[in-house]
Structure formats: structure tokens, C-alpha cells
Design a binder for this molecule. Sequence first.
Ligand SMILES: Nc1ncnc2c1ncn2[C@@H]1O[C@H](COP(=O)(O)OP(=O)(O)OP(=O)(O)O)[C@@H](O)[C@H]1O
Length: 341
Amino acid sequence: MSVSLKISNVSKVFDKNVALNNVNLDIQAGEFICLLGPSGCGKSTLLRIIAGLEQPSEGKVYIGDRDVTNLPPSRRNFGIMFQSYALFPNLSAFENVAYGLRNKKMKTRDIEERVNRLFDMIKLSNAKNRLPSEMSGGEQQRVALARALATEPDFLLLDEPLSALDAKVRISLRKEICNIQKELKLTTIMVTHDQDEALTMADRIIVMNKAVVMQSGTPEEIYEKPENQFVADFIGSINFIDDRKSKAYGFSQKGETAIRPEKIAISREKQESDMRGKITDIEFRGFYDRVSVNVNHIIYGDLNLAVDVPFQTAKAMEFHVNDNVFIKLPREEMLTFETRV
Ligand SMILES: Nc1ncnc2c1ncn2[C@@H]1O[C@H](COP(=O)(O)OP(=O)(O)OP(=O)(O)O)[C@@H](O)[C@H]1O
């Protein structure tokens, strides 16, 4: 079974340190939520409050319609997975997964059936009898996932589960976790500070900073329509143009504007409404080049813009530092922020 969760006006203060400031969240049954934000923004504290491992200073937590604010973790029926694999080192992979079921006094035959099914799911059936020390980090983390799922929890909490793994393993495990989550339709909340992880895995991302929620939205909404400068800057790359220059160049009547580097068009020939600029730097970034362009205007002031150009295009155009180029900032791709947050 999958459940909805509700966080209502939750604050948490440690001594004088505010870790969460009036956080509200509605999480639908079966949703995959990522809590994303820089170190210290309060995301782990929020996860721990949902788990019941920490009590809020104010506010309430609901599982479905039930107020669980004062319930201990053992009565909230969730599975949890941490960054460190946290497997019992002296138990086989099988016994690690079976542990919670044996505690629940489940029949041996039922335990075997369920654990075997979980090992099929994590595609590690051939490693059931190995000790954690005989498994790779990625394998141990898959066992930790099976263990979190063994007691058929109502929801799943993941605290940076992939951050200790190397890049290749991390990417393949992202897919596996998503597939299993979708198959089980299990409400899942994952803490991460890795934006790629959040963008590729989440149904909805909650971006946090300094104890508050900055924006909640689908990965596309967060990337394409950031509601404030923090979100725009934290996810992906972006060029900011301050309000004075934005007004002078005619980008906005009021407020700062911004545009992502890949949304800027660059060419060698002038077309209507293009601005003339000079390349000041070219950085190879793998499948694209980041080209820095300076637009010089005696009255309006300089614009220094990062422009991302697909590698093949950049190669065909043979850009070099000091080349004159023309750039266009499509108005429909520009973001305007009336106030700074
Ligand atoms: N037990 C505690 N006692 C005192 N302060 C705490 C405690 N736990 C967290 N904090 C503080 O609360 C704030 C939020 O911490 P939290 O661990 O939730 O952040 P985070 O976003 O998960 O960061 P990270 O990505 O580094 O884990 C931080 O300023 C932290 O120092």
C-alpha cells in the first residue's frame, strides 16, 4: 500500500539554529519526491522528522489522514536507506534482507519466498550468500534497498543513497531505484544535493535553502520556470543581468533578468536583433563548448554572457578567442525576477 504524506507548518530549532522554518508539503501517494538543496539547508532534518527520528519544534506530520507527530519511528511503517550501506557486516546479504522479517516472527518459508523475490527485483540472486565485505558498493546499496523494502513499508525514505558510489554505478542505480519505485507505486522521499539526480529521478523536486522551501515543481518546471534567483542559480547554469542593464538593453521594465547559456543563439553572421560581441574564452565541456562572449556598450554597460554551443556546431564554426560573433537572447527564453530573494 502507498500513502500520502503531509507536512504542516513544521519548524525545527536546534538551540538557536533554525533548521526548518515553517515548511509545508503535500505528498501524493506513489509520488517520488526529491528534497534538493545545499549543505545545511535542512533537508535531512525534514526527512528525520518524517521518519520520527526527530521531533518538530512546531507543526504536524500526517501519514494519510493520521496525525503521527508524536508516534515513534517504529509505528510509522517506512523503509529507510542511508548513504552508508549500514548492512550488518557479519550477516549474509540474504540475512540482512531477512532481518526485519525474522524480527516480525514471519514464517521461515514466507521469509524465503519474499527475500528471494526481492533479490530477483534487485537482480542479485546470485549474491545472496555473500557477506557485505564480498560485495561492491553498488551491490551493497542494492541489498540495503531490498532490506528497506522487505517489510512492505507504506513509504520509502532515502537519505543521499547514491552519493558514496562512483559515477557509473550511481547512474545505473538511479534507474533501478526509479523502476522499482514505479513498479511498487511506493511514496518515496529522497534527500540529495545532486541536481542531476533530482532532475532525472523525481516526479517533483522540493528545492530548499536556509530552512525554507524555495520552490516545489516537476523537474521541467524547476528548470524552465524557476520562481526566484536561488532556484535559477542552483539548478543548471544561468546568466544574470542586473536590473539597470536589463532595463537599458530593453529586456525588462523592472527587475533582474536571466537566461540559460544553451538558450542563447550564436552565429558569425548578423541577423535581425542580434547583438555584436567578442569571444573572451572557450571552455571544452565534453558534448558542448562554453563560449564566453562580451557585449560592449559604452552607455548600457558590458554584458558578459556564457553561451553553450553543442560541440559539433562549435567545431564547424571554428570559434576562437577574440573572434567577433553575433548573439541573440530570445525574449521567450528570458526569465524576469522583479525582486531579489
Ligand atoms: N542534532 C543537531 N543539533 C544541532 N544542530 C543541528 C542538528 N542537526 C542538524 N543541525 C543543524 O541544522 C541545520 C540543517 O541541517 P541538516 O542536516 O538538516 O541539513 P542538510 O540540508 O541535510 O545538510 P547536508 O546536505 O550537509 O546533510 C544545519 O545548520 C545543521 O548544523
